[in-house]
Design a protein around this ligand. Sequence first.
Ligand SMILES: [Zn+2]
Length: 344
Amino acid sequence: MEGVGFYKHGGPEVLKRIDAPDPIPGNRDVVIRSIATSVNRVDILSRVGYHGLEIEMPHFPGSDIIGIVEKVGRDVDSVSVGEKVTANNTYGCGRCQACRSGDATLCADWKMMGLDVNGAYASMVKIPASSIFRPPRRFSDYEIASMSHNMTVVWRALRTIGKSSEGEVVVVRGASGNAGIFATMIAKALKMKVIALSRNSEKRRRLRQLGANLALNPEDSKEHLKKAVFDFTDGKGADMVIESFGATAGESIGWLRPGGKAVVFGSIAGTQAKVSIPSLYLNGASILGTHNASTKDFSEAFEFAVKHNIRPIIARIMEISQAGRAQTMLEQAEPFGKIILKHG
Ligand SMILES: [Zn+2]
């Protein structure tokens, strides 16, 4: 197989075309020939590396996938060679209670395609058959490659973890990023009211077009932002904040109504947050953490997208050979929507 990957952590320059042996499926695995993937923040995280991340080199990022089943392991009867599939990128040991209940995100030994095991920047990807899904026919290949990661993560944050309800007010931080765009669209389809945060005025306009009730600039003063959230909610505070920023969780707590929740699914802005503990217990507020999607989240998210006609926004379609440039775009001048990387 071939693809774009790296032999050592570093900047975008470490990404190069690499030839590697084809993956061999274990008894319960499937090997997928990748048609396309899309660029996610996690691709950059795996490239740069962080303390505790152990990956075999060379490594191929890519946490979204659409492709064709190329090989199946001896014990796989749920899917056949030649079928078009996508996959939930997160899987576990397969034996613990969390795995047996279908929620590998809670497995002590979870793995993520593209982060710590090879992903779809490679032309062939090995993944357990239990992670494979047949994509709804309504969506194009590139749409599926835009949805399998961000949309399912956000669905879990809003519904499974956040237990959001119709009519509730949710603040979406980083709303013009790919997870934020899905969060805005899904929250609207759930009949929630959305306060979207983005630094870019044109992107705030696009978010309002997608249904955000209010779009704020997070670079405005803290006092102004808090007042805007409380004014919008008639002085009550938001029911929920969802964010992948991490470092801002303390400020998010200050925007909540009594009993409100901040759901955190990343730490793009930093791994440490300053949180006022009295603002949690005196207000009955919670900070809830989550990452990726269970089997149930994954299928529910796609069912919801079909039912409510949620379609991803695709900003660019690029060749896999341009992966370095695509990652730099995401880091420096993120377009509004997904960047697809297609295999030739
Ligand atoms: Zn497990």
